[in-house]
Ligand binder design. Structure first.
Ligand SMILES: Cc1cc2nc3c(=O)[nH]c(=O)nc-3n(C[C@H](O)[C@H](O)[C@H](O)COP(=O)(O)O)c2cc1C
Length: 318
């Protein structure tokens, strides 16, 4: 049975979502924050608050594994890396994931996310800084471990294969690989052939990520890559939050009942934090983006103009 990692998804898997998911849908080994980034040289207060919200989250676990969260950062150089790593480490986190996969032009054009993959010298500097950080932290307390979440490249899959010797030399907890290039965004075929090559030469624990939507997909990947260390799932878990539980054969509620429970928690959180119903509606509506809903209800959700209209459409799902 492979550990299932819940992929970070900006705008979806913020703290309220992660906590609600953990409460109602067992089976996820590790959650990740959407990437933390610098704005005018500082970590954004909103993102720091989101991180802090999880520091004190310790629900009774029974025989379940405790909630495990790894903050993710996105950086273009050593300065950004040091500032963000320091801020995250000060919160007490011992693991940090480095985003080298984001395909959004806003990030890639400035050399972040998958935009860094064609700059081995930048990757090397960051890996060196990570290694120094780990060593320095080991002297004072428990060492900080870094992992990387990446794509095959920004424009060509060769980028990741060329980087592999460099990555293999580095000290990393694991690599998560999404076998697409950045310019594909989230569409088009996965490049399984290049994933195969990377898998056979990668010396770090490797996690597969991309287009997993059901148990058969998980089993296929599991059988194809016997040395894999885990599977990361994003949109598949947003659509079916109990997918990891179903795979691990842990008793759980139905997909629709769990979606509604998570939705209720997020609604409560937004109602407490946000000003005004239209703001709440704007933040809530995307919750259903990847869910399979009856067409009529989906249309009502998409077209609702007020929070009341929206909630009455959601109520039809009960
Ligand atoms: C709306 C959206 C936001 C995302 N935000 C992040 C992010 O903050 N950090 C990251 O590493 N990947 C991010 N991703 C990529 C996902 O983590 C994941 O790699 C991608 O969706 C492919 O996995 P999937 O097919 O299981 O969804 C995002 C993807 C989407 C669709």
């Amino acid at each position: 049975m492979l550990p299932i990692h819940f992929a970070p998804l900006q705008g979806f898997t913020e703290s309220a979502y992660r906590q609600a998911h953990y409460r109602f849908a067992p089976g996820v080994d590790t959650y990740y924050t959407p990437f933390l980034r610098l704005e005018k040289g500082e970590i954004r207060a909103k993102e720091l608050r989101d991180l802090e919200a999880d520091l004190h989250f310790a629900p009774p676990t029974g025989d379940r594994k405790p909630y495990h969260l790894v903050p993710q950062i996105i950086v273009r150089d050593v300065d950004e890396f040091n500032t963000l790593t320091k801020a995250v480490a000060e919160q007490g986190f011992k693991e940090i994931d480095i985003n080298m996969g984001c395909p959004y032009p806003m990030q890639t054009k400035s050399g972040r996310g998958s935009g860094i993959l064609s700059h081995p010298e930048k990757v090397r500097e960051i890996l060196d800084a990570a290694s120094q950080f780990s060593q320095a932290s080991a002297a004072t307390s428990e060492s900080i471990q870094f992992s990387i979440k990446m794509r095959l490249g920004l424009t060509t899959p060769e980028e990741s294969l060329q980087l592999l010797p460099l990555l293999n030399e580095a000290s990393l907890a694991h690599i998560t690989l999404h076998p697409r290039v950045g310019i594909q965004q989230y569409k088009g075929a996965l490049d399984i052939e290049t994933f195969d090559k990377f898998y056979s030469e990668c010396k770090h624990p490797l996690i597969f990520n991309g287009d997993i939507t059901d148990i058969k997909d998980i089993q296929y990947i599991e059988a194809r890559y016997p040395n894999l260390s885990g599977i990361m799932i994003g949109r598949g878990l947003l659509a079916n939050p109990v997918l990891a539980a179903q795979y691990a054969q842990i008793p759980c509620e139905s997909t629709s009942a769990t979606l509604l429970k998570i939705h209720a928690e997020i609604l409560a959180d937004y109602t407490q934090r946000l000003q005004g119903n239209s703001q709440i509606l704007d933040k809530l509506r995307p919750f259903w983006t990847y869910a399979e809903l009856p067409k009529k209800i989906k249309k009502k959700i998409d077209k609702s103009r007020t929070l009341d209209e929206y909630l009455s459409a959601v109520h039809e799902l009960t």
